[in-house]
Structure formats: C-alpha cells, structure tokens
Write a protein that binds this ligand. Structure first.
Ligand code: SAM
Length: 415
C-alpha cells in the first residue's frame, strides 16, 4: 500500500468512528477536513496515521482533540437576526417570568451571548445553557472574549451596553455573562438534566452535519424530554419538517419556528428527508390537495434570498422581491408546485445567485421532483464555486447567515 492509500484507509476508519460517536455524516467535505486534521494530529502525537487511529479508539482525549479540530465553528452574534426578532417579540412574552434557553451546539458562544443580551434587555429572569461537543469552543464561550471581527452583528448600542474593551478584544459584561452556563454535551446523548425545562431551544446550523437517523433521534429526544410548548429554532435551511413528524413549523413574522405537533399526523411522508440527507426519489407524487393537507411547512424559505452576488436592475429587483413573496406564501400554504414556479423565475432572473438555486432545489425536493432538485443544487454549487473571494470575505453577512463553506457542505450533502 502506498502512503496515500494508507491515509485514505485511515480516513475511512476515522470517518466511520466520528459517524458512530458524534453523528457526523461522512462525505467529501468531512473527508477533506479529516485529511488535514489526521496528518496534523498524528504528527503532534509523534505517530504514523495507522498508530494514531489506534490511540483514537483507545483514548478519549485523543478523540476529543480531533473533534475540536474537525468541528465547524462558524458562527456570529445575532446570526439569522429574524430569529431574535421572533424570540423577543413573540416567544419571550409568552414564556413567563423565568426563562431557560438551550443553545445547543453553541460554538464559541456568540449565539448564547446574543440570547443572554436579549434576556437582559427584556428584563427577564433567564439563563442560557450553552452546550457543545467541542471543548475548545466551550473554553472560548466561557472566556466571553471576542475580537473586533467576531463582533459583527453587534450594534453600536449593544457594544457599548454589553461589552468592555480588553486590549484588542472585547469582553462580555458580567450581567450578560452570568446568564450563560457552559456544558459539554454530544447531541447524540440523552438530554442533559440542565436543559430539561427549557422553554426555548436554539439548535441551529448543526443538524446539517448530522446523519438523517441521528437528526430524527435527536428530535425525538427533544419531543420526549421537553414540554410541548417549547419553541425550537433551527438554521434557516435546516428544514426539520422533513426529518420528523413530531414537530410542525409555525410561521412567525419573517421566520418559522417549530413546536411539537399536538395531533397525530395523518400519514408519514415516505420519502421525506432532511435537506442534509440524501433524498430518496418519491415513488408517487401525492395530489396537491393531499400534500397541502399533510405536509408541514418548511423553514428553509423563511427569508428571501439576500445575497448580492448577482447584479440586478431595479425593475428586476422589484420583480424578484414579488416572486420571493409569492414563493414563500406558496410554501407556507404547502403549495410546493406554486413555489417551484416562482423560485424558478427567481433563479432565471438571478442565474449567479447560489441561494436562488438552493431555494428552487428545496422547493423541487418538497414537490417530489428529486432529479430536478439535484440539478438545482448542482447549479447552486457551481455558482458558489464561481463566486469570488469577495463573497467569501462577506461570508456570514451575504448568504442568509451561512458561510460559503457551510453552504458548500449543505449542497454537497444534497447532491
Ligand atoms: C456551525 S456551528 C453552529 C453554531 C451556532 N449554533 C450558530 O448557529 O451559529 C456548529 C457547532 O456544532 C457543534 N457540534 C457538531 N456536532 C455536534 C454534536 N454531535 N453534538 C454537539 N455539538 C456538535 C460543533 O462543535 C460546532 O461548534
């Protein structure tokens, strides 16, 4: 065996191990990250890749160190701002005077502190339990110290109110900091005692990395362990309506939230799949009326595609806005064929916009046209590859809160 072949075999084994232990779906993006991480970690331990795998299986510390490396920590303060809007105006007023929020997969803490700032500003007695698998991310969360660049998303008012300058960093002030408690937790494990009783769960931009069966098991644990009134937020393109029939999407303002379904669904949609999962082609396309009646609404369309990668004339911008509205209304009504028509026109008007193709793909997937959906995802992937470094730098801002690497991951998983 050549050195390259040994490395590829090691990557296979490690990918399988990570799939079993933390639910990461093996795929080209993960393999790419593993290739580099295994080389670096093996060198750090003074081992060749084969010996390194043995320590990985035997030693939890070695595995944790690798998990810290391969985890994608992309995040931002007030990421997907429409969620915070809904939380502040629709959810928190209904939760009662004492609130517990679970920031599941909190990364470096920006999400947890954004939530804590809202609690502070609302004058509510509330705490945020910030959990993650990565101990490196949890250390950063506990430190509550951020660079200027990491503060994008924080308004000038909030910066003045909730942060103090600390050299070339900014520290979260004590009243907000004390509201956040960190905890090591793997989403594949039973819910930790500390999060039971949470009225709100933010579990965003992590389900896209997990395999379909693990997403469903996690959602079952949530439904079994938390009160039916608990509000769940997932990432903008994480449409869990396809992964679990225990939750239903509810439209609030410019976003969808998820609540436990109170009544039994009439039937299971057999080929429905989370966007991060491979999509099985449907055998039979249900009639429109049937789909409208039984299929819960997705969250993937909660915001109009907002990337600025394509130059559009003022008149076509107006047309696109109107089309997006039509498409979102169709999605909300379960009319996926209608959504496809509108999103297809958007993609036609904005051929270089990856999000326009992504939304079309999601709509096609929901309408049961797996082949056309795959072509739309391919087109999204191509436009992303073609987008220049400007968009990469703009990253979280320009792509509906997704970084280019996250979108690539999402699209690769769908193709
Ligand atoms: C992209 S970040 C998302 C951060 C934040 N929720 C947001 O939306 O900005 C994904 C996080 O999920 C964590 N993660 C990945 N797999 C996990 C698992 N099985 N259990 C818990 N956390 C996990 C990673 O360590 C990483 O910090």
């Amino acid at each position: 065996m050549t050195t390259g072949q040994v490395l590829e075999a090691v990557i296979d084994t490690v990918a399988e191990l990570l799939h079993l232990r933390i639910g990461l779906r093996p795929g080209p993006t993960l393999r790419g990250r593993l290739r580099r991480a295994i080389r670096e970690e093996a060198a750090r331990h003074g081992q060749d890749p084969a010996a390194y795998v043995e320590s990985l299986v035997a030693d939890r510390g070695v595995l944790q160190s690798l998990m810290n490396q391969v985890a994608v920590h992309e995040t931002a303060f007030f990421r997907h701002p429409e969620h915070f809007d809904v939380l502040a105006h629709d959810v928190l007023p209904e939760t009662g005077p004492t609130v517990r929020i679970w920031s599941a997969a909190c990364s470096n803490g920006q999400e947890a502190y954004s939530l804590a700032m809202l609690l502070e500003e609302s004058g509510l007695d509330g705490t945020v339990i910030a959990t993650d698998l990565s101990t490196a991310a949890l250390h950063r969360t506990a430190a509550a110290r951020y660079t200027r660049r990491e503060l994008s998303g924080v308004s000038a008012d909030r910066l003045a109110r909730h942060f103090t300058r600390d050299g070339d960093h900014w520290k979260v002030k004590e009243p907000v900091r004390q509201r956040v408690r960190t905890l090591h937790h793997n989403l594949l494990d039973p819910l930790p005692r500390e999060v039971l009783g949470s009225q709100v769960v933010f579990c965003r931009n992590v389900l896209i990395y997990l395999s379909a069966d693990q997403v469903r098991l996690f959602l079952d644990r949530l439904a079994d362990g938390l009160a039916p009134s608990t509000t769940l937020f997932v990432g903008a393109a994480e449409t869990i309506w396809q992964a679990s029939e225990r939750f239903e999407a509810v439209r609030r303002r410019n976003a969808f939230i998820y609540r436990q379904r109170r009544s039994e669904p009439t039937r299971r949609t057999p080929s429905a799949a989370h966007p991060s999962m491979p999509v099985e082609p449907r055998r039979r396309r249900p009639e429109r009326s049937e789909r409208t009646r039984t299929t819960p609404r997705p969250s993937g369309w909660q915001q109009a595609p907002s990337t600025s990668t394509a130059a559009a004339s003022p008149s076509s911008t107006l047309e696109i806005t109107a089309l997006e509205k039509t498409a979102q209304e169709a999605v909300a009504a379960g009319d996926y064929d209608g959504a496809v028509v509108a999103f297809r026109k958007c993609a036609y008007l904005r051929p270089h916009d990856p999000l326009a193709h992504l939304h079309l793909g999601l709509a096609l997937e929901a309408a049961g046209d797996a082949d056309a959906a795959r072509r739309a995802f391919d087109a999204a992937r191509r436009t992303l590859t073609e987008t220049g470094p400007d968009v990469v730098v703009e990253g979280l801002k320009g792509l509906e809160g997704y970084s280019v690497s996250e979108l690539i991951h999402l699209l690769d998983s769908k193709r």
